[in-house]
Design a protein around this ligand. Structure first.
Ligand code: 5FU
Length: 361
């Protein structure tokens, strides 16, 4: 199902406004590269995003890999990343792989510590629990957008209604900060059942993991200026196929993912998959593909098969040209290189050439 239709043409026919925006960005930046920013601190994430921003159209996060993720909705890590995304013109994709019953995924998506829906344009779902997870997320996104529109119109922040009883009779308690961590302890009480939630609000920067990539510290976002923002929309990618060896996503599972996507065309942008899954004439889905690495520049014939921990790699040429995927997702291939900015450009160029050859062939 390798399509020869150009990204520019697909921007016109896309059924999701964010897909349309993303296709236009791809054409504007000559890029179908997504950086998987699997780093360890807020500073590394923001500096890397700012440095590689011009080469990419999507930046993929795992917010739970960041040791000092700042949850503040206005000044925290997500909000600062969203400003960098606006500045350089890329979308943020939190690779959260939601996978629970509908009600739980709704709450994980919109509430809790990270409030992913607030800062991440795109997220993804693992459809093992069934189609209800996708239905629930689509429903949450509609309600979020309506709330946002209301907030923008009225300048009143409404938040999500909660059961009042949970908030009553709570005592707050603050623990004296210990040197490296500042701990804030909240007591959350509900009808006699007490649960303590401990949140780390400040983690000292010197806990760099041993296997840390090149340092991206001292990020300063003073100078950010706005460019045309992405539409106030949220999109979903369904995890239809994985790159890892021996995964259990068989054809029946993948087909069910496609069925669910067709039921939610205004919310599902496409798939995380290893091949294009557009089989019907009406299918306008995008495919983003992880498991991508290039051989070193001075040894282009070398084959990079995997990482020894189950990951399997293909080249941009095979992923985009032969298998018909749209966007390559690259993590360590870029992050752990000697110069990630230069390396990101090399991946961008290779994936874009593969796309150009695909539509010209
Ligand atoms: F859904 C998937 C998948 O099938 N394979 C993946 O590798 C997601 N990933 C993610 O892409 C994974 O969690 C990493 O964040 C990233 C690949 O990183 P790499 O360093 O390029 O191997």
């Amino acid at each position: 199902h390798v399509t020869k239709t150009s990204f520019a043409a697909r921007a016109e026919t896309a059924t999701h406004p964010l897909s349309s925006y993303l296709f236009r960005l791809m054409v504007l930046k000559n890029s179908n590269l997504c950086l998987s920013a699997d780093v360890s601190t807020t500073n590394q994430l923001l500096s890397l995003a700012n440095a590689v921003g011009p080469s990419i159209v999507v930046l993929k996060t795992h917010y739970d890999l960041i040791s000092n993720w700042d949850y503040n909705p206005q000044t925290g890590t997500g909000a600062r990343l969203a400003r960098i995304a606006r500045r350089h013109g890329f979308l943020i994709f939190e690779d959260r792989k939601f996978g629970d019953i509908g009600n739980t995924v709704q709450l994980q998506y919109t509430e809790g510590t990270a409030k992913i829906i607030e800062w991440s344009h795109i997220t993804n779902v693992n459809m093992v629990p069934g189609k209800a997870a996708v239905d629930a997320m689509a429903d949450a996104a509609v309600r979020w957008r309506e709330r946002k529109r209301y907030e923008v119109k009225t300048d009143i922040s409404v938040g999500t209604p909660r059961p009042e009883s949970i908030d009553s009779d709570c005592e707050d308690e603050t623990v004296t900060p210990i040197p490296e961590y500042s701990l804030e302890v909240e007591r959350n009480c509900n009808a006699g059942r007490k649960a303590s939630i401990v949140s780390i609000t400040t983690v000292s920067q010197h806990f760099e993991p041993v296997n840390s990539p090149r340092s991206y510290d001292n990020f300063d976002d003073e100078s950010l200026e706005g460019i045309e923002d992405a539409p106030m929309e949220r999109g979903l990618l369904i995890l239809a196929q994985m790159s890892s060896k021996g995964n259990f996503m068989n054809r029946e599972y993948t087909d069910a993912c496609v069925e669910s996507a067709r039921e939610h065309k205004d919310y599902v942008m496409g798939f995380i998959a290893q091949e294009s899954l557009n089989t019907e004439p009406d299918d306008q889905f995008m495919t983003m593909t992880p498991g991508c690495q290039l051989p070193p520049e001075d040894d282009e014939d070398a084959v990079v098969e995997g990482d020894g921990r189950g990951q399997q790699y293909n080249t941009p040429t095979k992923i985009v040209g032969l298998l018909g995927n749209d966007i390559i997702i690259v993590g360590r291939g870029i992050i752990f290189s000697a110069d990630p900015v230069v390396e990101a450009e090399r991946y961008r160029r290779k994936a874009w050439e593969a796309y150009q050859e695909r539509i010209a062939s």
